[in-house]
Design a protein around this ligand. Sequence first.
Ligand code: ADP
Length: 183
Amino acid sequence: MKSGAVFWFTGLSGAGKTTVAGGAQRALEREGYSVLILDGDQIRSGLHRDLGFSEAEIEENNARIAGLCEARRAEADVILVPIISPYRRSRQAAKKRLGGRCFEVYFDASLECVMKRDVKGLYAKAIRRELSGVIGFSPESVYETPLTPDFTVRSGAQTVDESVRDLVGFIKDCLRREGERKL
Ligand code: ADP
C-alpha cells in the first residue's frame, strides 16, 4: 500500500504555489509517480466552505487539510498541498501530525513581487480598501515567513520551469532517501 510523502507549501497569494504544483504533478507523473494535489483554495470553496478567514478559522482550515492528507495517504506516492498556511504553529502542527514524511516548502516571492503579478486582483482590491484580511498585506493578517523550511522555491526570482525543476529535484531526493532507508 502507498503512503504518500506530503509536501506542505507555504507562501503569499500569487507566489506560484498552484502553478508549480501543477507543473510538478505533470513532471512526476511522466516518470511514473502518482501525485495528488490537495489545493487550499479548492478545498475552501468545497468541503470547508463553512470557514472564513479569521485567525482561528485559518488554523482550523489548515488542521482539517492535514487530516485530509492523513486520510488520503494511501492514494498516492506524493501529496502536494498548495496553501498559504501563514502561521508557523499550523505548519508545525501539520508536520507533527504527518510524521517525518511531511516537508515544508516555502515559496519565496516578496509582497512587492506578488502585488506586481496580482493574478487574482486581490491586492488591487485591498489597496482600494474593498477587501480586508489579505494575508501579508493587511496589517491584521500577518504572514509568518518560515525560519527553517525543508526547501525553498525561489519563485519570485525564477521562471515557472526553473521553479518546477527545482521542486521536482527536491521531491525526488526525498523519495530516494526514503527508499534507501527502507533497504
Ligand atoms: P498561488 O497559488 O501561490 O496563489 P499562482 O500559482 O496562482 O499563485 O499564481 C502565480 C502566478 O505567477 C502565475 O500567473 C504564474 O504564471 C506567475 N509566475 C511567474 N514566475 C513564477 C514562478 N517561478 N513560479 C510560479 N509562478 C510564477
